[in-house]
Design a protein around this ligand. Structure first.
Ligand SMILES: [Zn+2]
Length: 188
């Protein structure tokens, strides 16, 4: 009994941005055919889970509000991503204040760097944020992680550090997801 409680309140997680982390960064990926999953993604997620972390994708998909991506197709892309990489869940923010689809063209609390998606995952999985990480390729990913109180990892496999929208100070800067799993392997 006691052990269960401890596990439930203390699950650790690695939050992952999608584009530039698990898939190749392209400005808007609108269909499953355009979503190019990195060949090493599955092995990295296996390692993350083997180390006892939940692997949870948190992705801004303002293309939905902008009328570029159909939400039904995004849901299918999410299912495919889960199937192909083994991530535990995909949270997405379809909103954008200046979008053209009325339903999504509004302020929200889930668009990164806000923490709505992490908050929702914490509610569902009982995650201990002090043992968790946020991994992404953009300033908003790092700021979101800092806002939520997790360790932050900036990867150069997406837009790259040279193209950051604003100055951020991540805890780690790495080339790609494989470097993170190598670091996890070295930890007990
Ligand atoms: Zn949102």
């Amino acid at each position: 009994m006691e052990k269960n409680t401890v596990e439930k309140s203390g699950r650790k997680a690695i939050f992952l941005d999608r584009d530039g982390v698990l898939t190749r960064e392209k400005s808007y990926v609108a269909t499953r055919g355009q979503m190019e999953i990195f060949p090493y993604a599955k092995a990295c997620i296996d390692k993350i889970k083997e180390k006892g972390y939940l692997a949870i994708v948190v992705t801004n998909q303002s293309g939905v509000a902008r009328g570029i991506i159909a939400e039904e197709e995004l849901v299918r892309m999410n299912r495919l991503l889960i199937e192909r990489t083994g991530v535990d869940a995909v949270y997405y923010c379809p909103h954008y204040e200046k979008g053209i689809i009325a339903k999504y063209a509004k302020p929200c609390n889930c668009r990164k760097p806000q923490t709505g998606m992490i908050d929702a995952a914490v509610q569902k999985y009982g995650i201990d944020l002090t043992k968790s990480y946020m991994v992404g390729d953009r300033a908003a990913d790092i700021l979101m992680g800092q806002n939520a109180g997790v360790s932050t990892v900036l990867l150069e496999s997406g837009y790259g550090t040279a193209r950051l929208e604003e100055q951020v100070t991540p805890d780690y800067i790495m080339r790609d997801l494989r470097d993170l799993t190598r670091m996890l392997s070295e930890c007990r």
